[in-house]
Design a binder for this molecule. Structure first.
Ligand code: SAJ
Length: 408
């Protein structure tokens, strides 16, 4: 293998490109967004992750390049977005298709096209193979197709890139073994070889499992709230059982993975997905539950003005700046529907104005509100919990030990 062209320099593509470059491979990272390419070429990262800066420096030292153009080589890794279509709940393969077409314009004969983006089971058969064949390429001869779904978790990406097990799906085990060697240049864990369909399905199943588990915790939280029981205590005790592992309830499920991937199964198998659909509905109902809890506290303390309420956290989870599908954004949407405007919002990781009434300074935020709703458990708030002593605190993440704090 001469070099790798990694297409899509987002949350997955960029760390992966840097990791390959750090391992000594020649890497060109491609993204159609010129501002991303320019920023990286000037040595500037556009998101934060533990260890990413050091990884970037090592990759730069090994000569990683960034470009808006595709690069002629024999190995392509595609890490482009795979959104879902709101109405049909099916995957929209438009970006993957367009990336595959661009690869075909430049690739060497016999090149491997490895799709890392999460795709719904059957996407490669239904959408990718036909595109390649229409262009007159013979799959397995002119190009090889593989699916190597990413599994790294935002917040711990660099560590997980090296330590998570990986799956590689391919038509041809010899080609799969070659690509396994490639990933083994940095991946220290098991690399499992399988067929493409199983690789597609196992990835979506992993995220769906987590969504269903969180939905169970959220349903328990509602049951416990109804009868004055402490859901955290109950989960803590139940999890002492050697075969029980319940996740934590919270204000909702956000991010571009857990809250999206189960919909692929619901979209493709509407008659067979009762549990998965219910889990999605339960998790999507949590922001409304939070709104109910805010109302309870306002009533109890005779607070009528919603602008006295502050939502801490706009990211979808702790210590990241990614706000995609975040529970806070979902809650703000519900508030708009209930004509409850003017709630204040603060997130130390979100440096640009994203929503109305977002306060950019933490002290100002605290001074302006009477009720603080902890939507995200950033380390920042754990370190500043003392400053909330005189506030009414509604803690959706079970992180505050302040006296009198309200819970989920
Ligand atoms: N959440 C809870 N309770 C929990 C854990 C999470 O409410 O006990 C919420 C979070 O606050 C967040 C959402 O779920 O809003 C999703 O966060 P997450 O940390 O569970 O997962 P993601 O979306 O950041 O990353 C997931 C991971 N998948 C699994 O753990 C099975 C990651 O390994 C995948 O690579 C990633 O999806 C992906 O890209 O598919």
């Amino acid at each position: 293998m001469s070099s790798i062209n990694i297409v899509g320099l987002g949350y997955i593509g960029l760390p992966t490109a840097l990791m390959f470059a750090k391992s000594g491979l020649k890497v060109v990272g491609t993204d159609y967004k010129k501002e991303i390419v320019d920023s990286l070429s000037q040595g500037k990262l556009f998101f934060e992750e533990e260890g990413l800066k050091e990884l970037f420096e090592a990759a730069q030292a090994n000569g990683i390049e960034f470009s808006t153009e595709y690069f002629k080589t024999d190995t392509y890794i595609l890490a482009v977005p795979t959104p879902y279509i709101e109405e049909s709940k099916k995957l929209d393969p438009v970006y993957v298709i367009s990336a595959v077409k661009s690869v075909l314009d430049v690739c060497e004969k016999g090149a491997a096209i490895i799709i890392e983006s999460t795709i719904s089971p059957g996407t490669i058969d239904r959408h990718i193979r036909p595109v390649i064949e229409e262009r007159g390429f013979v799959i397995g001869k002119d190009v090889h197709l593989l699916h190597a779904p990413e599994r790294i978790i935002p917040g711990n990406m660099v560590y997980e890139l090296e330590h998570n097990s990986r799956t590689i799906g391919a038509d041809n085990l010899e080609v799969a073994a070659m690509i396994k060697e490639l990933y083994a240049s940095f991946c220290k864990s098991d690399i499992v070889l399988t067929d493409i369909r199983s690789a597609e399905m196992s990835k979506v199943v992993e995220n769906t499992f987590r969504d269903v588990n969180i939905a169970f915790a959220n349903e328990l939280a509602k049951i416990c709230r109804n009868d004055g029981m402490d859901v955290y205590e109950i989960i803590r005790i139940a999890n002492k059982h050697p075969r029980v592992n319940i996740l934590q309830p919270g204000p909702g499920v956000g991010g571009h993975c857990i809250s999206v991937d189960p919909w692929f199964l619901v979209g493709d198998y509407p008659d067979l997905t009762n549990l998965i659909l219910s889990a999605r509905k339960i998790n999507d109902s949590m922001p409304e539950h939070v709104l109910g809890r805010i109302r309870d506290i306002m009533r109890e303390h005779n607070i009528k003005d919603i602008t006295k309420v502050g939502l801490y956290g706009l990211a979808y989870k702790e210590n990241v700046d990614d706000t995609r599908e975040s529970p806070t954004l979902q809650l703000l949407e519900r508030m708009d529907e209930h004509l409850a405007f003017g709630v204040k919002v603060f997130d130390p990781f979100v440096k640009e104005q994203m929503v109305d009434d977002q306060v950019m300074d933490f002290k100002k935020f605290i001074n302006e509100v009477e009720i603080v709703v902890l939507m995200v458990g950033h380390d920042h708030i754990k370190e500043n919990m003392d400053l909330l002593k005189d506030k009414l605190v509604l803690d959706m993440k079970n992180i505050s030990e302040l006296e009198g704090v309200y819970k989920l």
